[in-house]
Write a new protein. Sequence first.
Length: 123
Amino acid sequence: MRTSYKNITGLGSAHKGVGHFIKQRVSAIALLILVPLFLFQFLASFTTGYSGVMAWLGSPFGAAVTFLIVSAMVVHMRLGLQIAIEDYFGGAIRTVALLLNSFIALMLWLIALYALIKISFGG
């Protein structure tokens, strides 16, 4: 049973609210919009070959769409793995796995960002 206070504050039994749930749903909705947009644009540029793909990725629109999709994918991946780790591991293994999850997600995002910047500026 939810008390009036919990209804007002939106806090659950862990007192963290629904922030994690909302972040995961927002990233999923973003991916539902961005994946078809990215695929349509990428495949259209792919018909002209390597130079067409590089030109599309170098354009502001192509770079922005690619940045948004990579960011949404990394966030969604990290949140999903966090849930799995919290459900199936405990103790020190859980702590190490959560740290590795965040570190690997950050590294993947930084590598993708570096590659995108390098392509966008003609490198």
